[in-house]
Design a protein around this ligand. Structure first.
Ligand SMILES: [Fe+2]
Ligand SMILES: [Fe+2]
Length: 297
């Protein structure tokens, strides 16, 4: 099977390939993994903590709050890593069916290579911070297994865009924040730089395929994208992170979900993507309640 070669698609891929040559990192080398952590710095900006502004937050010492943000940044990276593994597999299946001479597929392969380095980088960061592996729950893990085996088309590109965009917003803010640990900032900077290309790739491809999508396919795409968005938003912060500061995971999670600051952070992270997904008719239809339930719209 071979996809028809389209000039606009090829031009985009060519630009992205050129940019990959100019601005790529090798985190194993480009990050000083042995550098000491800096006293008094945060894992991520404190106002993005899931407990920020709650009574539980008020009950923590400054030191505990910092500890919590280190665990939270590793939890966010872990869900990113989980999705990157799904994405690598989807992109590989996508490429398997298409003409590798096209720039479009050569870029898909380049993106797999980027994601592979990112996953190692996120894993190394967690290792360096000495934080547990905040792997998603068994149910999420197995939903991911299903999606990476069958995901394609609208849901593949929209789901990818969603994960890439919300992580981008959190990381972009964090990389500029001087109160944050240099390790987090460097990891975020690398990820933001390389993900900008992935976002472009997915956005343009989604815009190309949606007008040709049937009503039934669109409905499936809407449902699956909403499901992914909901699952990712709910799993961004693993309940066990609260144990690191002596808070019962159930109590911490309940407080986070009810926390208006945290709900606002979720909406803030999706604010730029939502209008685009609406325009593409990915958000809409009966599945929209999931977006709302996840505090994303
Ligand atoms: Fe990535
Ligand atoms: Fe990506």
């Amino acid at each position: 099977m071979s996809a028809p070669v389209r000039p606009d698609r090829e031009a985009t891929a060519q630009r992205l390939l050129r940019s990959s040559l100019d601005h790529s990192y090798e985190p194993s080398i480009d990050i000083d993994w042995d550098a000491p952590l800096v006293e008094g710095k945060w894992g991520m900006p404190q106002h993005r903590s899931s407990l920020y502004g709650t009574d539980l937050w008020d009950g923590l010492t400054e030191e505990q709050r910092r500890t919590l943000t280190v665990h939270e940044v590793c939890s966010v990276a872990r869900i990113g890593l989980w999705f990157e593994m799904i994405l690598m597999q989807m992109l590989l299946r996508y490429s398997y069916d298409r003409d590798p001479r096209t720039q479009h597929i050569q870029y898909a392969l380049t993106e797999i290579a980027d994601e592979c380095r990112h996953s190692i980088m996120f894993a190394k960061m967690t290792e360096r911070y000495g934080v547990p592996d905040y792997a998603p729950t068994a149910l999420t893990h197995n939903l991911g297994r299903l999606f990476k085996t069958i995901g394609y088309g609208p849901a593949m590109f929209a789901g990818t865009l969603f994960v890439e965009e919300i992580l981008d917003q959190f990381q972009r803010e964090s990389m500029r924040d001087e109160s944050v640990q240099p390790l987090s900032r460097m990891v975020n900077k690398i990820h933001v730089t390389e993900e900008a290309r992935h976002v472009r790739y997915a956005k343009e491809e989604l815009a190309r395929i949606m007008p040709k999508t049937s009503r039934a396919q669109r409905a499936i795409g809407q449902y699956l994208s909403a499901r992914i968005a909901y699952v990712v938003a709910r799993n961004l912060i693993h309940p066990d992170v609260y144990t690191s500061v002596g808070i019962d995971p159930k109590v911490g999670r309940k407080a986070a979900l009810a926390n208006p600051h945290w709900q606002e952070s979720l909406r803030w992270s999706a604010r730029k993507l939502v209008p685009f997904l609406r325009e593409q008719k990915i958000i809409g239809g009966p599945a929209e309640f999931l977006w709302r339930k996840a505090y994303l719209v």
